[in-house]
Design a protein around this ligand. Structure first.
Ligand code: NAP
Ligand code: GLV
Length: 309
């Protein structure tokens, strides 16, 4: 038995140590030394080359080195009969919340204006609303969304969270389902996307959403780039309907040189850096899941491919 391993940024010894700590004596094999692939039972991957997973006919589980799984499922040949286990990690959740808090505070307090004032050597203090008067809507109430809601609520913001199913989070208005989406959007001074990319969420941030948001609203997208209609966002930014956007994820990554987002004055680009996988904790989590499989148990959480996440 062997494990197929693919992550271009990995320190493979760290993964071997994590497996050894769980008494797992399986060979970790990168693509170049895969051989026949018939003895590969597990795959641990981030963005494996298209078609590579399909060659492993005895694969039992695919472990995603990330919370999202589109880096696996967008391969037109990926084996959809093999369950995918996604990453759950407290450190990833914490990093995501810090990224979101950074941008919420940046927009809420209009810090970009101070940069401009500094350029002009202008000593000028501007006004901003009380935290409780700033309405932040979070799309997605999974591991990242729930934590971001709690932390923003504890800073005093007026937080609404939206998911497919009803949630209860103390101090946070939780709404669920398509029928409440209009309210979520209309009452979002700052709209944060933490939805997985699925058939239902592709381009969910579109012209209709930007038009319905209060004028001068802000967008923070740190889930997946294809959840945004890029031309519609650029038009909304140009018209001032949306004041600014912090974008961490893009339809094409790395963001191409000629992409208009790079130079747009109202756009802040970060290179998919909101919540990078922490290699040590990810390795520990996945090694523990493989231990469960070897002991005859079921790993978790398994992606529901019918829902798409
Ligand atoms: P998760 O735990 O699977 O949570 C997903 C949430 O989205 C759930 O609350 C789910 O509702 C909701 N949802 C899904 N489809 C919906 C729909 N059609 N309508 C309403 N709600 C819907 O996901 P997560 O771990 O928080 O991660 C979210 C995404 O963040 C990932 O898929 C990934 O794309 C992205 N991500 C990005 C980075 C980065 O560095 N930029 C890092 C990690 C993750 P229910 O609860 O009702 O099922
Ligand atoms: C990063 O994008 C992840 O899905 O963990």
């Amino acid at each position: 038995m062997a494990i197929f391993f693919h992550w271009s940024e990995a320190d493979i010894d760290l993964w071997r140590d994590a497996l050894a700590a769980e008494n797992i004596d399986l060979e970790l094999r990168p693509l170049e030394s895969l051989g026949s692939a018939a003895d590969v039972e597990f795959a641990i991957v981030w963005a494996p080359p298209d078609g590579s997973l399909k060659t492993m006919e005895n694969l039992k589980y695919i472990f995603s080195i990330g919370a999202g799984v589109t880096h696996i499922t967008l391969d037109p040949d990926y084996p959809s009969n093999v369950p995918i286990v996604r990453l759950q990690d407290r450190l990833l959740v914490e990093d995501m919340s810090c990224h979101i808090i950074h941008w919420v505070l940046h927009y809420h307090r209009y810090y970009a204006r101070y940069r401009q004032y500094q350029n002009e050597r202008k000593w000028l203090r501007h006004r901003y609303p009380e935290n409780s008067a700033r309405r932040v809507s979070i799309l997605g109430l999974g591991q990242t969304g729930q934590d971001a809601c709690r932390r923003l609520q504890s800073l005093g913001f007026s937080v609404t969270g939206w998911a497919r199913s009803q949630k209860e989070i103390e101090g946070v208005r939780c709404l669920a389902g398509q029928e409440t989406f209009d309210t979520v959007v209309r009452e979002a001074d700052i709209l944060v996307n933490l939805l997985p990319l699925t058939a239902e969420t592709a381009e969910i941030l579109n012209a209709s959403v930007f038009d319905r948001m209060p004028k001068g609203g802000f967008i923070i997208n740190c889930a997946r780039g294809s959840s945004v209609d890029d031309s519609a966002l650029l038009a909304a930014l140009d018209s001032g309907q949306i004041e600014a956007a912090a974008l961490d994820v893009f339809r094409e990554e790395p963001l191409p040189d000629d992409d208009p987002y790079w130079s747009h004055p109202a756009v802040s680009v970060t290179p998919h850096a909101a919540a990078p996988t922490n290699e040590r904790s990810a390795a520990e989590f996945i090694a523990a899941q493989i231990r469960t499989c070897l002991d005859g148990g079921q790993p978790a959480p398994i992606v529901d491919l019918a829902r798409g996440y």
